[in-house]
Design a protein. Structure first.
Length: 450
């Protein structure tokens, strides 16, 4: 007989993009969950079934799991500490102001808040992305505060925004960074429903588990910057990066995923994680091993200024008074996250050059407005492109990709478009009388072929 393991009571510390998803999905899998955050506004929203950010599918799952009675949200650490047997720490690790290093103050606070209050045996599991060595330091602090009763493990998270529920319920793999067989067993119990589905597990030491996460994000960022470096060469040589990427993608050893050229990566993860990795490698005396990540970062940032150059190619060198419709603000479609968003950065650069910029994003307008109140915001695609001298596709939302160039053409002052994501049907735009420019593609792309 296959006895089901006992279900540990779960707490989740931090209810942002990662923590809210973790809490809701664990409750969906049948666990009793208490989720705690220091932000009472967020906690109130979640407790009343409102997701404080946009994530497809998570809103309905939140309502469903709250209705089961298995999920509660609180600001009370004592409540969480008393409740949980396995505590998942999901607080932010943003870039420090003034340096590339990760700001660990929220992680440190969460671990010590918990450790001071837990009585009895428990496991605190870090899920936040941290520099290698953090878990061991925290384990020492927790052991001291709890007299060795509470252990620390690291279980990095690989979910993508926009696919958070799918990635959490069906991850490619689980990584358990543990220092004891007991900690491993607690994690196996906490993830039993996924392990039963055959999700592969890598059991590792704490340091390796931390490193897997930053290595994965470094690889992904490098792959994107590789194709964008090729885009730079294409621009200088008249070649076409979209054809180049397609041809590379048929090679199984290379593969087409994360090989999409364009405006590059942003968000709350890849940019700050590669910077924090470099900062940590320097502390460890191995900075040479990851110097390439500096280039990865620079290639990525250069795509943004290159996009502004393309606007100049279409509208002339002086951008003062040029009306630009910026389509997209989120760092990628199906997200309202504007952290380090390439789209907003381009809008900001154009604004600083004197252009009159109108931004429209289907979900991220409010967050974008908070970040850049000086820009103008439209409530619809039609309003944004109205009387525009140049239209920019900056985030490839389906709404933008499927918009009819013929219809948009009636609204704009000039039919000029910069495709920052290589997502539009160039032939169709050209046929509708648009001047088209895309990163990494020759100006005449889509013109009648010889
Ligand atoms: N967003 C993602 O897709 C994703 C995926 C994998 C890993 N990560 C990593 O997960 C971590 C969290 O990222 P996020 O995007 O969810 O961040 P976020 O900013 O959306 O959420 C962090 C939350 O932690 C809360 N918080 C801060 N200090 C706290 C404390 N002491 N106690 C309780 N709550 C506290 C904040 O109020 C906030 O709600 C980061 O390390 C990130 O790198 C994020
Ligand atoms: O071929 C590509 C693929 C992505 N991007 C851009 O790269 C960024 C990141 O995209 P994605 O990785 O899909 O989003 P995130 O939600 O930031 O997810 C990354 O960061 C998370 C936080 O660490 C990890 O958990 C995920 O595994 C990792 O993919 C976005 O700006 C995309 O527009 C490209 O420019 N070209």
């Amino acid at each position: 007989m296959n006895a089901r393991p006992p279900k540990p009571r779960i707490t989740v510390i931090g209810t942002g993009y990662l923590g809210a998803t973790q809490a809701v999905c664990m409750a969906h899998l049948g666990f009793e969950v208490v989720a705690v955050d220091v932000d009472p506004v967020k906690v109130d929203a979640l407790a009343s079934g409102r997701l404080p950010f946009f994530e497809p599918g998570l809103d309905t799952l939140l309502v469903e799991t709250l209705a089961t009675g298995r999920l509660r949200f609180t600001t009370d650490f004592a409540d969480a500490a008393a409740f949980g047997e396995v505590h998942f720490v999901c607080v932010g690790t943003p870039q420090s102001s003034g340096s590339d290093a990760a700001d660990l103050r929220y992680v440190d606070a969460a671990f010590s808040e918990l450790a001071r209050r837990i009585t009895g045996r428990a496991l605190i599991v870090g899920k936040s992305t941290v520099p290698v060595g953090t878990a061991e330091r925290l384990a020492g602090m927790v052991a001291e505060l709890t007299g060795g009763e509470v252990e620390v493990a690291w279980n990095p998270e690989f979910l993508r925004e926009g696919f958070a529920v799918e990635d959490t319920l069906h991850p490619d793999r689980l990584v358990f960074g543990v220092a004891s067989a007991e900690a491993e067993q607690s994690l196996r119990d906490a993830y039993a429903p996924l392990l039963e589905e055959g999700v592969p597990v890598v059991v590792a030491d704490l340091a390796t588990a931390e490193l897997v996460k930053v290595a994965a994000n470094s690889f992904l960022a490098t792959k994107i910057s590789f194709i964008n470096a090729m885009a730079e060469v294409c621009e200088a040589s008249g070649a076409d990066v979209s054809l180049l990427a397609r041809a590379l993608s048929y090679d199984d050893r290379i593969g087409g995923r994360f090989l999409k050229p364009g405006l590059g990566f942003g968000g709350g993860c890849l940019p700050k994680d590669i910077r924090a990795f470099r900062a940590r490698a320097e502390e460890l005396g191995v900075s040479a091993a990851v110097t390439f990540l500096h280039e990865v970062d620079q290639i990525n940032l250069r795509r943004r200024s290159r996009t502004v150059d393309l606007v100049r190619e279409l509208a002339g060198p002086d951008l003062h008074g040029v009306r630009v419709a910026a389509l997209g603000a989120a760092f990628k479609p199906d997200s309202d996250d504007v952290r380090d968003a390439p789209a907003l950065d381009v809008a900001r650069l154009l604004y600083l050059e004197g252009a009159s910029v109108v931004v429209y994003d289907p979900k991220a307008n409010a967050n974008a407005h908070r970040a850049y109140p000086d820009l103008d915001y439209a409530d619809s695609l039609a309003e944004a492109v109205n009387e525009a001298d140049v239209v920019l596709l900056l985030t490839e939302w389906a709404e933008f990709v499927s918009a009819a160039p013929e219809d948009m053409g009636v609204l704009v002052a000039h039919r000029r478009i910069v495709d920052g994501r290589g997502a539009l049907d160039v032939e169709r735009y050209r046929a509708a009388g648009w001047e088209y420019r895309a990163l990494g593609r020759p100006a005449e792309v889509g013109a009648a072929r010889p």
